[in-house]
Design a protein around this ligand. Structure first.
Ligand code: GLU
Length: 462
């Protein structure tokens, strides 16, 4: 079994396209088959090397490895030309010299008559001399496939039998000239020459399949199996777009999503294992994935679900590993692992780290008096609490400055208040400047004695 992922490098790799890549990869792996990467860059205007790089970087980041490739269609023109010539020689394809103006006028007429617009076959039987004359004069042309009147049917592995009447299609354009094949032609040639057994792609390609089958028949090629996977929809069931948030894969990386979470999340967009199990590593998916558990209905992109999974995978990492993964998001610190172990369970995305932990990196932090006050505390209550706090903390010598001591001493002192919060809340806010943060003992242990005292003093001076 052999599958392929065949993106066009005309934009950054879309998160939905990666789901297609993933399903192809998983199908190949689960069947001990091969998975290839093919860059469909026949559109020379819109294809760009930076997008090709984006595709490769995205797949590598996610761990979706291809066995062969990347193959670039732009480097395979000679191969396509050979097959185009063969079709022309066998009269299965022909040159068409109709102008776009003429074609458009006919199209309008057909539509006015309530007919489905299609090419009327005007150039399908031009005498050889006319063709040669036109070509030698450099008259603009295209190459069309001569489409026989047949019923085209294929058995989609997800959607079942799909049928279409070829007369609805008409003689369609397969190339602009011998050197410029169009999308369908390049796809069909490559799927054959690369021995693709299963074409797994988005449902938006269903309407392309009959044309590709007609080409396979004209070229006497074998027919791959088709599986058209459901579209990915936004929660309001509209097509997923920029309006709903990030669409490119590497934007997700920038936002601090882990590849493990993205993979697990995407696998469930249209597939499920048929059990309660929701957490799957790529390796597990490689074993358990199967096309017969892929649904027909559109798959909803649920951001909360992705965030939940990301938080889950962040918590699974060792602190060492987390430190490695969050280099881009957080600065170096003598006790980076200490900071991370405080925040590992508090974040859903790595990019939250910078903001959440900024107070560890600053010399001075700014306070809002409002925040320092615990509940109904008055200004003078706060002032005396902070004074008390300073005295207590000053009493802990440098050599005893560690989490256990700070915690024991402060908890004991806090008992003297009506409520522990009266001491511990201002303490925590004095350390962090934040309404929400990790606890005061842990934070001050990492900050150290000097910084801790400095902050309590600064808070007192407010
Ligand atoms: N190049 C096409 C695309 O990016 C995919 C073609 C296919 O999978 O058959 O949508």
């Amino acid at each position: 079994m052999k599958t392929r992922f065949a993106p066009s490098p005309t934009g950054n790799l879309h998160i939905g396209s990666v789901r297609t890549a993933l399903f192809n990869y998983l199908f190949a792996k689960s069947n001990k088959g091969k998975f290839i990467l093919r860059i469909e860059d026949t559109d020379r205007e819109r294809s760009k090397p930076i997008y090709e790089k984006d595709i490769i970087d995205s797949l590598k980041w996610l761990g979706i490895e291809w066995d062969k490739g990347p193959f670039n269609q732009s480097e395979r023109t000679d191969i396509y030309e050979k097959h185009l010539k063969k079709l022309l020689d066998e009269k299965k394809a022909y040159y068409c010299f109709c102008s776009s103006l003429e074609l458009e006028a006919k199209r309008q007429d057909q539509m006015a008559r309530g007919e489905a617009p299609k090419y009327d076959g005007k150039c399908s039987n031009l005498p050889r001399e006319d063709i040669e004359k036109n070509l030698s004069e450099g008259k603009s042309c295209v190459i069309r496939l001569r489409v026989p009147k047949v019923k085209i049917a294929f058995n989609d592995l997800i959607r079942g039998k799909i049928e279409m009447d070829s007369s609805l299609i008409g003689d369609f354009v397969v190339a602009k000239d011998l050197k410029t094949p169009l999308f369908h032609f390049a796809v069909v040639i490559d799927d054959e020459l690369m021995d693709i057994t299963h074409v797994i792609r988005g449902e938006d390609h269903i309407s392309n399949t009959p044309k590709q089958i007609l080409l396979q028949e004209a070229l006497s090629f074998k027919k791959p199996s088709y599986a058209h996977i459901p579209l990915i929809l936004a929660p309001d069931r509209s097509k997923l777009s920029k309006r709903h948030g990030a669409t490119s894969v590497l934007e997700y990386r920038t936002m601090g999503y882990l590849p493990e979470a993205i993979i697990n999340f995407l696998a469930f967009l249209g597939w499920n294992p048929g059990t309660e199990k929701e957490i799957f590593s790529l390796k597990e998916l490689e074993k358990d994935f199967s096309l017969d558990k892929v649904q027909k209905a559109g798959a909803i992109f649920n951001q909360q679900r992705l965030d939940f999974l990301n938080g889950f995978y962040i918590r699974q990492l060792s602190v060492k590993e987390l430190a490695k993964r969050c280099k881009e998001y957080i600065g170096d610190h003598p006790d980076l692992e200490g900071i991370l172990s405080l925040y590992q369970s508090r974040i859903k995305r790595l990019d939250e780290l910078a903001q959440e932990t900024d107070f560890f990196y600053k010399d001075d932090i700014s306070y809002q008096k409002e925040l320092l006050r615990w509940k109904e505390m008055t200004d003078s209550d706060l002032a005396s609490t902070l004074e008390k706090l300073e005295t207590i903390l000053t009493g802990i010598p440098e050599k005893n400055w560690n989490l256990k001591n700070i915690q024991n001493i402060l908890l004991l002192e806090a008992e003297r208040f009506n409520n522990r919060g009266e001491l511990l809340w201002p303490f925590r806010v004095a350390m962090t400047g934040k309404k929400h943060s990790a606890g005061p003992f842990e934070v001050s242990a990492i900050l150290g004695r000097e910084k801790t005292l400095k902050r309590v003093k600064a808070a007192r001076l407010l």
